[in-house]
Design a protein around this ligand. Sequence first.
Ligand SMILES: [Zn+2]
Length: 339
Amino acid sequence: MAGGVDIYKILSQLACELQIVNLLPHERYDRFERQLEKLREMISCIDDHSSCGDPCLWKKLHSDTNCISTGDLGSVILNSDEPEALVFTRSVYTQAQENQTSSTKEKTYNEIKHFAEDLLKEMSTVFRNKDKEMVELTRNLTDWKSLSINVKTKGAPVVFALENAKFVENALKVGRSLREIDSEELKNQFSTFLERLGKVIENKSMEELLRIDAKDLIKTFMRNSNQYKGIEMIMQATIIGAIKISVESVAESIISKYGIHNSKIRALKDTTANNEMFVAINGPEVGEADSLLAKALDRKFSGRLGWHISVKQNLFRTSGPTVENILKRKSKLNIYSDI
Ligand SMILES: [Zn+2]
């Protein structure tokens, strides 16, 4: 039980960390790996508290060891085999219990160890090999923290010489749309980017850089046109890298929603498109939006006669003969006749 509590503590930390949305793929993966590493250490030091380090990795188990070896956990007696004991004489019973309690610790520890090993095995499959490869590809693109530390210590030209081939290769692997562009141009942009990064972190000390969040650096560039203009391909590769694996599906669904609102057949201004997207993402589903739509129409068209929307050639009608006609229509298919 005590060992189980220690293991579940790791498991709950793992679950919490995997649920944090605002993390770059490599940040999430590294946090996850750190917890697995902890579990590995726990397995290796379960039998020996002295190799456990500080703080103790089996906080509950190792502090409850005395109780486990005597078989006595508060009012609960482990190995309570009294009915069986009735057939023994007193001395045989005492001997048997002694044998049993000395092996209780071993038995309990073995079981907990097996449990931890099984858990580790299962947890190691959370990130598939394909995902791990992708994490490493995106690490190179999005880990602006390490990049800025390198620029600070080695200077932008040296970092360019060391990193440009890998960066370009990974950017082309991650961002399909970048493949159409000349990789020489990508290299040039990478060089400009490193120079700009150098200027942004110029006044920061090494301690500050060690505490800096790569996402904040990316945001600084995204928000400032002086920073992102001319290095759009680098920004694109970084942003694609940042959403890979974890929030990729969320981003894709937003993009497809945007495509419905703002397309070639219905081109909108940026502000209108943003407003529509705000409602589309935060508002109710269309099927459940009647009261909200009524309120919006009341606000815009609350004249003497109220509103009556039935414009021809419109994709959306709230009333009018055609809509009523369609609603009255019955399906020709038998299976729908009762609906
Ligand atoms: Zn310990």
